[in-house]
Design a protein around this ligand. Sequence first.
Ligand code: PNW
Length: 457
Amino acid sequence: MSELRFPEGFRWGAATAAYQIEGAARDDGRGPSIWDTFSRTPGRVFQGHTGDVACDHYHRYADDVALMAELGLHTYRFSVAWPRIQPDGTGPVNPRGLDFYDRLTDALLARGIDPIVTLYHWDLPQTLQDRGGWTARETAEHFATYATAVHARLGDRVGTWTTLNEPWCSAYLGYGNGVHAPGERDAGSAFTAVHHLLLGHGLAARALRAAGAETVGITLNPADVCPADPDSAADAAAARLVDGLQNRIFLDPLLRAAYPDDVLEHVGRMVDPATFVRDGDEKLIAAPIDLLGINFYQPTYVAGRPGGAGSDAYPGTDGAVEFLPATGPLTDMGWMIEPAGLTRLLERIATDYPGVPLLVTENGAAFPDKAGSDPVGEVQDTDRVAYLDGHLRAAHQAIARGVDLRGYLVWSLLDNFEWAEGYRKRFGIVHVDYLTQRRTLKSSARWYQEVISRNGL
Ligand code: PNW
């Protein structure tokens, strides 16, 4: 296959999230988060798995940073656990919680790895949930206070800050269909949460900027929404609706300072937006950003059908939309493998929302360990190599077509706690044996190391 080079300065890295890898759920004054509560509630997570121990990264971070250095990562995206910093979500900071991220940051910098901090990857302090969580407006304000506290400690060494990871998941899976913490099921709550998450982002982004943060952004999981039949007007309308619910409801207020009218109208069938959107909010949400993080896993195909089943992850789509089942080769999540979706998505965002540099903050795949592969030697994950190779070619194609894509972060560095799926889904390029906490590079890690060193494929 022909050689493919990425632009000079392209940033190669990997991503993780606090609750998925840290463990140490009760160490050093950490308070409980909604994911502790959720995972300890029977029936919520596969086989009752929790993040209590996870990859024990809290105690093994130095070894994990050494692994990153071995792979040649330029950058590492990790999240800060809010309940380590403010155990109750408000009030005085817990210095021992900040100490951990201080040590981690220093370890990364000592190896020449540039940290990217995500301030919120879903682990809301339980105390704030008890006061309404993201359905309560005050949570947005508390989030900005927390962001300021983390920046005060790490801002002299961390240049790149993202506020939220995938607010779509927090709102729709957390408050809409209950698949994620806090497990609520109410369309009105989901839309209220969308707004307060965005408001929290805007307030935090502005506070970070005022404190001198170099690069401020947010990470979304926008969908590449495709009509089942490109010639069908009904399918196009369905695609437009889903695009509104997953993409424009976030991108428009963030980058155009206004919710789209068609989205407000759809939301209004379930809850009156005037009950949570106040004058001036959209302007606050549109605080300037320097970077937009894109997480991409698979495309979404929809058809417009009266009586269609819809999806409980997209409130109000029942009776109107049919989500097509994934086809072709699937990952262990049952997700489709269609790299062209990444090219389409990046081009679409660059076209419709020009002027913001993009970063792929997550892309990767879960595959089971193969029978016959030898975790003590190396896990032969050729399926993951093929997935990553295809998506890097797709990213390269977007760059060739003019998209300002600054880098690519693989999800994930380590096998980890895959939310409602527990530990049974493995996304890592590094294998984790949860009995011994032994890390073993998979062949995808060796392959990625080579990609980074050549800056291409
Ligand atoms: C993202 N969906 O989650 C998260 O940012 C990661 O923490 C997670 O491990 C990774 O992707 C893999 O799942 C998602 O239902 C969870 O569409 C669910 C969905 C999308 C992303």
